[in-house]
Design a protein around this ligand. Structure first.
Ligand code: PLP
Length: 307
């Protein structure tokens, strides 16, 4: 990376900053080509990390997943891990953001005109930081999120490896339209065997008789899902990672979502039917522990704002 780009001035692009074509730019100036296969074919992978109170949360885990996803898709970026870290820190620093949504994206790029061979495309890298994005607003969380369980089947893991964070979201987006038509707040989809899978930007959990359950297949292995499972270990809460049939899910004592966009989000209703325990003692413990570990040094990578 060129010297002048390694440390953009603090607040140079106040409120949000992108890194595109090797340079830090204001969000409004970041562009991709109309012919990038990332756009025309969803041929891309990405990851979203967050900063909270001026520090990245589990950035190493997000970077591990991003590099693993690129390898699985035969994508590559011209940056080392430490250069990637500098770019992401640079976006947050230039945006002067404390609580931020920080995306890193690698697309297939543009093959030479007329060529259809993905090996001929030069992969592209983009990053950007925005103010923190919540899956559901804080008011909605207090009021209680109503989750629609859609019949829509998540794209098969045999077709698209769900452990690669991807833009294959048509199933998820259509399930959101269904949810809104029904007056619900958000949605989750199922796998081909009638088990609850995941939703637009989150993994799904239920608590039954003191045991926390989440599916083991067909979903992105979310960093916040992993954090929730690890916290259950710390808190001595038993966890089952196994298929989660919809009919069992509808009888849950507690339900919560996990996402980098809001952490642990308790669910108040499933398709309009109250979840009896909302927000629930188990969910509340995991929620509180999730935010508490944001202050632990091992999970923090502080941004250098130069002050
Ligand atoms: N599942 C899908 C489809 C997602 O897009 C996301 C995040 O965007 C998640 C699950 C949750 O992943 P994480 O906890 O890493 O944010």
């Amino acid at each position: 990376m060129p010297d002048q780009d390694t440390r953009p001035p603090v607040g140079q692009f106040e409120g949000g900053c992108a890194f595109a074509d090797g340079a830090f730019v204001p969000l409004s100036e970041a562009k991709i080509s109309l012919f990038d296969w990332g756009f025309t074919r969803s041929d891309a992978t990405y990851d979203v990390a967050t900063t909270w109170k001026g520090a990245f949360f589990r950035l190493d885990v997000h970077m591990d997943r991003f590099f693993a996803s690129m390898e699985k898709l035969r994508l590559a970026i011209p940056y080392s891990r430490s250069e990637l870290r500098d770019i992401l820190h640079g976006c947050v620093r230039a945006g002067d953001l404390q609580d931020a949504y920080v995306a890193m994206v690698c697309t297939r790029g543009v093959p030479p005109r007329g060529a259809r061979d993905p090996r001929m495309a030069q992969n592209r890298f983009y990053a950007y930081a925005l103010p923190y994005v919540w899956i559901a607003s804080r008011e909605k969380q207090r009021e209680g999120i109503d989750l629609h369980i859609s019949d829509r089947v998540r794209i098969a893991p045999e077709s698209v490896d769900p452990t690669v964070k991807n833009y294959h979201w048509m199933d998820l987006v259509q399930s959101m339209f269904e949810a809104y038509d029904l007056g619900r707040d958000t949605s989750c989809v199922v796998d081909g065997q009638g088990n609850v899978a995941e939703g637009p930007g989150f993994n799904v959990f239920m608590v039954k008789d003191g045991v926390v359950h989440t599916t083991d297949r067909g979903v992105l292995e979310g960093v916040s899902r992993r954090t929730a499972i690890e916290l259950c270990g710390r808190l001595d809460i038993p966890v089952s990672v196994a298929p989660l049939p919809v009919e069992r899910f509808r009888r849950a004592d507690e339900v919560f979502l996990s996402s980098s966009g809001g952490g642990i989000l308790p669910i108040a209703k499933l398709d309009g039917v109250p979840v009896p325990g909302f927000p629930g003692p188990v969910t509340t413990r995991i929620h509180d522990a999730y935010w508490a570990i944001h202050d632990e040094a091992a999970y923090r990578d502080p941004v250098d704002y130069g002050v």
